[in-house]
Design a protein around this ligand. Structure first.
Ligand code: NAX
Ligand code: ADP
Ligand code: K
Length: 573
């Protein structure tokens, strides 16, 4: 099952189509409640008599919450489930009578003027379920809703204070504190109430969820900051909507999952040798940035590629050879320790042996290196004229369509450009016209800002829109880094990663990513697939590293070391 990403308008259309296809709104609501209850039950399974408060809004999100609460009670008789209603539910609500019948406690906001009841309910809860608003919200929140959310926050603070006071009776100064926070978990249904599901903007009163359960598809707003910060761990329940529903099928944005990545990875044959798994060349490093080549090369090797060569200025090889004993070296002519434009001939003598190429990490941005980069791209372009005609290369000599010309394909293997490679590109007008087809660019938001001429804020505010638009305009694959990394290609596909993990926000993790992608490319993966799988495995490794070491202490080398755990988890023996 592929997870799609939609805006709220698309989601409304999908719901209507599903209803028409025979899955009624009420069925969807009941399945939504079931999915949320499953997560909720896991969050309280360690408690013998868990107390659960469900915040109920006036619309379908509130309806989901009622079903969730009822199902929790049904599955766990010991649970004390109580409901707090923002407003009276509609007359025909089918669940309120059941709640009364079962005898569960309900309170209504309009009866609770100072919100004391709510505050006490929350302060005595182990789990708070936020089912006030989902995709039906239009910000800003109205007064009563904001009041309710503020009272919930106060209740959470009361609980935290109580928790801390209980601890201060005795302190062992040589021991770490037992548990941070109050111990209350927050589960959001479809998202924290107050989130704009299209833009990721979020009301200041919104709660910060530990987990969110969303339905049918992920929504853009759950993956965009600042809102994404309050979404917590996201689960998508598809509610049994068949993939063939046209309104769902036609959505091109997807959220990548582990099973999809596992399917993409190239199979490995036991009767293989190092030639079977391709050869990656990494043009990287300069005297000032030595480590980048090392990180990229070691990471590429962890992807399962047969051979990795580093092409770099001679002094860099001297410094690194011992640290990367598995790599072979191509010693390029250099100018004071940076690859120079005199290196092009030697580069082309070598490149024919390789099945993928990465250019950029740590190369610096000297003029001579920039000339080298464009000579490589343009030399390639000249060789590939017949294939590229009609794609906007107006200044190239006209091609004649002889068989010989057609046979002359691009001289470069599949290509990734990263880091300083991107910075050097951005200094040239219409740089994208120099790229071979299907080149993968891997900018972080700062590099994307340089490439587009936009500010970083503008890039971050509309990550999906900009990455998709530029992939089309530049006719290339773009991987826009950061929390919820995005990958887009010219034909319109865009893929988001499910990971947000500050463990990766440390120098050199980008080099690790670029190395991983070129390693997968060298093994014959299609460029878009290699970019998606590489980004997933990289972030997944970041999760393993963070679990082992704590996010604060993770460094780029740890991510390389954790890659094997990520690969193993996806492709168990
Ligand atoms: N249609 C369906 O059957 C399905 C819908 N689902 C749930 O339904 C939700 C959407 O339901 P609705 O369309 O009823 O919308 P919501 O329940 O998200 O919100 C609509 C209600 O919020 C009020 N509201 C909107 N903006 C407000 C503001 N700024 N301040 C205070 N109140 C405000 C509206 O007056 C309305 O009463 C989804 O998020 C999801 O949780 C799921 O059950 C899946 C299937
Ligand atoms: N908060 C975050 N959540 C998820 N991934 C992140 C986060 N911060 C950084 N990353 C990832 O870490 C890598 C950092 O790359 P980059 O900024 O190029 O670093 P460097 O140039 O130092 O190697 C990218 O893959 C990026 O997506
Ligand atoms: K909600």
């Amino acid at each position: 099952m592929v997870i799609k990403i939609t805006n709220t308008e698309e989601m409304r259309a999908i719901e209507a189509a599903a209803d028409e296809a025979g899955i009624s709104y009420q069925t969807m609501m009941e399945r939504a409640g079931q999915a949320a209850a499953e997560r909720a039950l896991q969050l309280i399974e360690h408690l013998s008599d868990p107390r659960v408060t469900v915040l109920i809004g006036p619309g379908n999100n509130g309806g989901d919450g009622l079903v969730t609460g009822l199902l929790i009670k049904q599955a766990n008789e010991a649970a004390d489930v109580r409901f707090y209603l923002l407003t009276e539910r509609p007359e025909d609500d089918p669940y309120i009578p059941v709640i009364h019948e079962v005898g569960l406690f309900t309170a209504l906001a309009s009866d609770d003027g100072d919100k004391r009841v709510l505050r006490n309910m929350v302060a005595s809860s182990d789990l708070v379920i936020d089912a006030l608003f989902g995709i039906g919200i239009r910000l800003p929140l109205r007064d009563e809703a904001a009041k309710v959310l503020r009272a919930v926050r106060r209740g959470l603070l009361d609980r935290e204070k109580e928790h801390k006071e209980a601890e201060t009776w005795s302190i062992n100064p040589a021991q770490a504190p037992s548990e941070a926070g109050s111990g209350v978990k927050i589960l959001a249904i479809d998202g924290p109430s107050g989130l704009d599901f299209d833009t990721g903007q979020i009301d200041t009163t919104a709660l910060t969820a530990d987990e969110t359960v969303t339905f049918i598809a992920a929504k853009y707003g759950q993956l965009l900051f600042p809102g994404a910060q309050s979404v917590g761990q996201l689960t998508v329940a598809n509610l049994g909507i068949p993939d063939k529903v046209k309104e769902l099928k036609s959505i091109e944005a997807t959220l990548l999952d582990a099973a999809t990545v596992a399917d993409l990875l190239p199979a490995r044959n036991q009767d293989s040798n190092k030639g079977t798994f391709g050869k990656a060349m990494i043009v990287a490093g300069s005297v000032n940035y030595v480590g980048a080549a090392n990180l990229a090369a070691r990471s590429a090797y962890r992807s399962g590629v047969g051979l990795v060569s580093v092409a770099s200025a001679r002094p860099v090889a001297g410094m690194l050879a011992a640290a990367t004993p598995e790599a072979t070296w191509v010693l390029l002519p250099h100018d004071m320790g940076v690859v120079s434009d005199g290196a092009t001939d030697m580069f082309f003598e070598e490149i024919g042996k390789y099945s993928a190429l990465l250019i950029g990490p740590g190369m610096g941005q000297e003029d001579t290196t920039q000339r080298f980069l464009f000579q490589v791209l343009d030399h390639n372009r000249k060789q590939a004229v017949p294939k590229r005609r009609g794609l906007g290369f107006a200044n190239l000599p006209p091609a004649n369509d002889t068989e010989d010309d057609k046979a002359e394909a691009s001289e470069l293997p599949p290509l990734v450009i990263d880091a300083d490679g991107l910075n050097m590109l951005s200094k040239e007008d219409e740089w994208w016209k120099h790229l071979p087809e299907n080149t993968i660019l891997t900018p972080h938001p700062g590099e994307m800002a340089r490439l587009t001429g936009l500010s970083i804020e503008e890039v971050q505010k509309d990550r999906f829109g900009i990455v998709s638009e530029k992939a089309k305009e530049w006719n290339t694959i773009i991987l826009l880094k950061g929390a919820h990394t995005l990958i887009a290609e010219p034909k319109g596909r865009v893929t988001a990663l499910p990971f947000k993990n500050d463990a990766l926000a440390t120098a050199g993790t980008g080099d690790v990513l670029a190395g991983l992608i070129v390693g997968l490319l060298a093994q014959g993966m299609a460029p878009y697939d290699a970019a998606c799988a590489g980004a997933y495995l990289h972030a997944f490794a970041g999760e393993f590293a963070a679990q082992a070491l704590g996010p604060r202490s993770v460094i780029a080398s740890d991510v390389i070391d954790a890659l094997s755990s990520a690969f193993k988890a996806l492709t168990p023996a």
